[in-house]
Design a protein around this ligand. Sequence first.
Ligand code: NAP
Length: 313
Amino acid sequence: MGERTMKAMAYASYGGVEKLEQLELPLPKVGPGTVRIKIKAAGVNPVDWKIMAGYLDPIMDVHFPAVPGWDVAGVVDAVGFDTPEFNIGDEVHAYGRRDTVGIGSFAQYITLPAGAVAHKPKQLSFEEAAALPLTGGTALRALDALELAPGQTLLIHNGAGGVGQAAIQIGRAAGARVLATASERNHELLASLGAEPLTYGEGLVESVRALAPGGVDAVADFHGGALEDTLAVLKESGKHASIADGTVGEHGGRYIWVRPDGRELARIDELVEAGKLSVHVVSSYPMQEAAAAITQSMGGHAGGKIVLTEFTD
Ligand SMILES: NC(=O)c1ccc[n+]([C@@H]2O[C@H](COP(=O)([O-])OP(=O)(O)OC[C@H]3O[C@@H](n4cnc5c(N)ncnc54)[C@H](OP(=O)(O)O)[C@@H]3O)[C@@H](O)[C@H]2O)c1
């Protein structure tokens, strides 16, 4: 019997989007404690092109040809031995980062450890469900680190990105007042999510002080390059964290890195089910147009999530 195969977008060496090509790869096997997902949608994140460019090479082994994509939603089509959490036909989603780079969601199928996977909330389309795990998990982890109490004020650098939009809503659900930065064209969006919008760049410290004269209790940096502003507006007792600035640890902050964790994802899904968290998908592309999707992400101003759909032959 011939080996079963699947279509995937992949790259054989580090570089830009021109390295992406459609390949025929072996259908992934299904080991103990894993589920294989027939992919309906894959989320696109900045980390995908950063990995393709080789930025993570110092810390993660890579297996070429590498399939990009760590966010996925789809339907379980096979389960490994002793995986009682999932059944064939279940609609699921996951942040599917592995310990090495190579297995990704820009493909027709992916096999993931059951511990990374959660059932898809009915309220979300597959596109929305694929757009949530990485950014939602990052936002949750950052806000957990900040230990926000109801009534406290949180400042978010980059409220308009995927992580920022999730964090605004998680912060509001926790009872915090949220100030968040974006360019002016995204201020209405930030306000609709429950944040008080501010423009990033020159004058930010003054605008934060105008809204919070005593300083803010917590700062979440989702862009990088914001440390000076953070320290200028943070109360002495305040906490700060960054997902994009590895130096924050030297200044009393926490450097956050999202982990694949189905239980954490289930916590995010509970907020979705309670109507407290929504996902804003701005663009979707067929799998074969992954290069265009990544190019849009590289532009840095998507203002919401980009996804791949149509995983056809
Ligand atoms: N450590 C981790 O675990 C982790 C996890 C996820 C993401 N990240 C990193 O965190 C960053 C954000 O991720 P993301 O998924 O939210 O990205 P994203 O969705 O691509 O963010 C795009 C948004 O960034 C905003 N932006 C651009 N320049 C800005 C600035 N100077 N100040 C504030 N906002 C600005 C833009 O808003 P305007 O259009 O209004 O300018 C745009 O909508 C990326 O660098 C990503 O690689 C790290």
